[in-house]
Each structure stands twice: as structure tokens, then as C-alpha cells.
Design a protein around this ligand. Structure first.
Ligand SMILES: Nc1nc2c(ncn2[C@@H]2O[C@H](COP(=O)(O)OP(=O)(O)O)[C@@H](O)[C@H]2O)c(=O)[nH]1
Ligand SMILES: [Mg+2]
Length: 474
């Protein structure tokens, strides 16, 4: 059966669709690594196929767009190739420019609808197998939808059934012969085999025969064993039957009012059919993004982690990388906020008003001496041309401030009240720790040694030297 469809353009997944689970995130990264080489240097219009782990990869590049289908090992490349061609045709038709798939919602829905139909038309097969009288036809009648069954000569009938919104053909064997040679044909190409036996009356030899059929003629088909008629074999522990039979089994009974849901669940889990993707995903994404805008980073982180879990659960890798990137950005912002708060705590705040207890006398500066250029021809004594300078006053228009530079500088430069708090912050930034008091002593010693006021470069060096010494002493 089909599991995932990916459409990749310019190395980005521009569309993905999932029917059932296959690779988890880690495994999918390996798939991408494997295919990247091909995506980088594609051989256009050629269909490729290869097994990978428990599944198969089918892919082709057409008009620079890379199409990938992940399907089961049991699937045959002839019909998957046909499916792929149909998908490409419809995709090109709906989105002449590939990236339009991200914007054209109506067409995207049409495309998704078409992909559901593709699965329906594939007639993915589930085969009911087991001894005559074990309850196969009873199961088929319980699950079948109101469709005309298909009849295959005299030996098989198939019914449409629905498992978590996906359609399957459920095949029921019609002959009363446990060892008929037609069983091989009946099993062929099944995605899943349901081996049913009467838990109140069975022969190990007959069951071994059916298990053997699966091993030899349908080795890529999944197998579930159903111990039916548990109402008649209640007295025996299921474990006891399993041990005797040497196979894990699900006990079921038609006397159980929940039998239909129970059977659908067993089949759905085995095939890993994807339950409906949460419709609130897009809303949750918007909420999470809003939390970032409003700087509520912890809430944003919680939301994004929840979205990441949904993506992983549903293997929706198209969103996963952006969400992971968002999470790492938010984690950095949280870390930064934490650091800033810590520095804030240790910052020495300047008093709001500065008052002086003593009168401060300010001496005027000596008047500036104005000199005029002396022409060499006029050999007048210097003293003569020295005039007493006039008093000069600044007028408002003399003061020009370039607001742009003022703004830029104040953004770039961190303002620190004291040199020691700057040093404290620098050491903290380099993952070290030195108390403000010791920072002050350090700054004073340095000033004494250098006999000048310290620059940011000096402080940076001082922080580095301190950390290096600490590292050596450790
Ligand atoms: N007591 C009991 N009878 C069942 C159960 N399931 C099926 N049967 C009966 O077993 C008989 C054979 O079932 P059928 O579906 O025709 O078996 P098939 O030959 O494997 O298709 C029928 O009379 C069913 O009503 C069950 O869970 N409990
Ligand atoms: Mg029958």
C-alpha cells in the first residue's frame, strides 16, 4: 500500500501526503541523505526503485521536480510507476509553476482528493485466511461496506472496507478446502493477511499449513493471527493457546458488542494507517508564533514542542525542520534573557539624583590665545600682533549634533555604570564567574599598573587572562 508521497523542488519538500506511517524522523533523514545525491544530479524522466528498511522507495525527476513514493515491500513497481505518472500529470496540470502548490488552496485540496482516489483505485488487499468454519465470512460481513462485491471465479469474493478513512479490498475465500492449491493465488499481493482460527476447536497442523503459506507465497505481507470464538474457549488462557501454537494472537468473539471497532483497531495499528491529522494544527502554529512576537518565550517553546510531537507522530516532515529551527531560536532567546536578568541583578544602580555636600568651585579655563598668520614680508615683532582675545560665547546654532551617529552608538555600545560591572559582564559572557567586589580590585590593580584609564579592549583582555589563569589553576 502507499504510505507517503513527497514532492521536492530546489531541495525543499514543497508538498507531502501521508496515508500510513513508514519512516520516523531519524530514518527519513537517512532516506534524504541517500536520495540527495540523486536530487543534486538527477537523471531526468527515469523511474527508479529500491528497497529501504521495511519499505520501498520509488522516485523520478521530471522538469526539475523530484517525486518520491514510499510504499510497502509487497508493492510491485509496475503499478506504482503508473500511479507516479498519474500523480505527475495531475500535479503539472494543477500547478504549472510548482511552487504554486503553497498558495493555491483550492487546487491543493483537489490534488489531495485525487491522491485519496489513487489509493482507492489501487485496491490495497487484506486477505482472510484460515480453516473452514473459523469465522472468515462472519468477519467479512461485519466489516463490508454497501458496495457490490467483486467475484474471482468460484474461489474468492472481495468487499470494500474502510479503515480510518482508507479503503481496502477484503478478500474472503469461498471454497471449503483448507489445502486447496488456489490459496497461493488468493494470498498473492496482500498487504495484510488475517489468519483466523476457531480457538475452541483447531488443529496445530492445519494452522501451521497456513502460516507456511504466508512464509512461502506472501513473505512481504503482514500477518495477524485472530483466535476467534473466544466465547467458546473462555476457560483457556490466551497465553496457553499462544504457547501451544507458538504465535502471538488477538482473542476475539462475535459475542463482544465492541467486536467491529476492536477489529478495525487491530488492522489499523498493524498497517499503521494515519488517523486524521489534527485540524487545529495551523491555529496552534499561529498561537505559537504570536507568543514569540509577544516575547512569551516559555509559552512559545511549549507550543512549538507540542507541534513537534504532532509532526513526529504523523510523520509530517514538511513542517518539522522549520519547527525544530524555531525551537532552537527560542531556546537561544530564553538563554539570552536569563543572562541579561542575571547581569541586571548585579548591576550597581546610580542614584537618581546626585547632590553635593560641599560647594564645588569651578575655575574658568585660561583664555585661548588667538594667533594670526604672519606674512614673512611683514617682519613685525611677534609681541605686536598678539592681541587680547575677545570673549566668545556659543550660540545655539553653533551646536550641531548628528542624531544618527548618537543613536547608532548608543545601540552598539553596552552602557555600564562602572568598569567593574563591565568586567563582571565580560567574564560572565565567557562562562566565568568573578564577584563584583573582586572585579573592582582587579580593575584598580590594572589601572595602577597601566597608569591610565582602562578601555574596553583592556577589560576584554583582563577577562580573558582571568579565565585562562582559572583554567590552569583548575
Ligand atoms: N460462538 C461463536 N460463533 C461464531 C463466531 N464467529 C463465527 N461464528 C460462527 O461460526 C460459523 C462459521 O463461520 P463462517 O464465518 O461461515 O466461517 P468461514 O468458513 O471461516 O467463513 C458460523 O455459524 C458463525 O456464526 C464467534 O465468535 N463465536
Ligand atoms: Mg466462508
Amino acid at each position: 500500500m502507499l504510505r507517503h508521497i513527497y514532492i521536492i523542488f530546489n531541495k525543499n519538500i514543497i508538498f507531502s501526503y501521508s496515508y500510513a506511517l513508514a519512516f520516523n524522523n531519524e530514518q527519513f533523514k537517512n532516506v534524504q541523505d541517500l536520495l540527495n545525491e540523486f536530487i543534486d544530479l538527477p537523471i531526468s524522466n527515469q523511474f527508479f526503485h529500491r528497497p529501504f528498511g521495511d519499505y520501498q522507495l520509488f522516485y523520478i525527476t521530471k522538469n526539475n521536480v523530484f517525486y518520491l513514493i514510499i510504499a510497502d515491500l509487497v508493492d510491485k513497481s509496475d503499478y506504482i510507476k503508473e500511479v507516479l505518472n498519474k500523480i505527475i500529470k495531475r500535479f503539472q496540470n494543477l500547478f504549472p509553476n510548482s511552487l504554486e502548490i503553497k498558495e493555491k488552496n483550492k487546487e491543493k485540496n483537489e490534488f489531495t482528493e485525487f491522491l485519496r482516489k489513487i489509493h482507492y483505485e489501487l485496491h490495497s488487499k487484506i486477505a482472510l485466511v484460515g480453516p473452514y468454519g473459523s469465522g472468515k465470512t462472519t468477519i467479512a460481513n461485519l466489516l463490508k461496506l454497501n458496495f457490490e462485491p467483486k467475484i474471482f471465479m468460484n474461489f474468492a469474493k472481495s468487499y470494500k472496507i474502510n479503515i480510518d478513512n482508507l479503503y481496502f479490498d477484503l478478500w474472503d475465500f469461498q471454497l471449503e478446502d483448507n489445502f486447496s492449491p488456489l490459496w497461493n493465488k488468493f494470498l498473492s499481493g496482500a498487504d495484510l493477511i488475517l489468519l483466523v482460527f476457531d480457538s475452541s476447536n483447531y488443529k496445530i497442523k492445519t494452522l501451521a499449513h497456513f502460516i507456511n503459506l504466508q512464509k512461502t507465497d506472501a513473505k512481504f505481507s503482514k500477518l495477524i493471527v485472530l483466535a476467534n470464538k473466544r466465547d467458546l474457549s473462555e476457560a483457556r488462557e490466551l497465553k496457553q493457546i499462544e504457547n501451544e501454537f507458538n504465535f502471538p494472537v488477538f482473542g476475539i468473539s462475535f459475542k463482544d458488542p465492541e467486536i467491529k471497532n476492536k477489529l478495525i483497531n487491530i488492522i489499523s495499528n498493524e498497517l499503521k494507517v494515519i488517523k486524521e491529522f489534527p485540524s487545529e494544527f495551523d491555529d496552534l502554529l499561529k498561537i505559537a508564533e504570536n507568543e514569540v512576537i509577544n516575547k512569551r518565550y516559555l509559552d512559545a517553546l511549549n507550543h512549538f514542542n507540542h507541534l513537534k510531537d504532532i509532526c513526529n507522530k504523523f510523520q509530517e516532515f514538511i513542517h518539522l525542520s522549520t519547527i525544530e529551527q524555531k525551537i532552537s531560536e527560542i531556546e537561544k532567546l530564553i538563554e539570552k534573557e536569563k543572562r541579561e536578568k542575571e547581569v541586571e541583578k548585579f548591576k550597581i544602580k546610580a542614584p537618581e539624583k546626585i547632590s553635593f555636600s560641599q560647594k564645588v568651585l569651578v575655575k574658568p579655563l585660561p583664555p585661548q590665545v588667538k594667533t594670526t598668520k604672519i606674512k614673512t614680508s611683514e617682519k613685525k615683532p611677534i609681541k605686536e600682533i598678539e592681541k587680547k582675545p575677545k570673549k566668545q560665547f556659543l550660540k545655539p546654532q553653533d551646536i550641531k549634533v548628528n542624531l544618527d551617529t548618537v543613536k547608532k552608538d548608543s545601540i552598539i555600545e553596552k552602557s555600564f555604570d562602572t568598569l567593574e560591572s563591565e568586567l563582571f559582564y565580560l567574564i560572565k559572557e565567557k562562562q566565568g564567574n568573578l564577584s563584583l567586589k573582586l572585579c573592582k580590585t582587579y580593575v584598580e590593580k590594572l589601572q595602577n599598573k597601566l597608569k591610565r584609564s582602562l578601555t574596553s579592549v583592556d577589560l576584554n583582555k583582563a577577562a580573558e587572562i582571568y579565565l585562562k589563569r582559572k583554567e590552569i589553576s583548575n
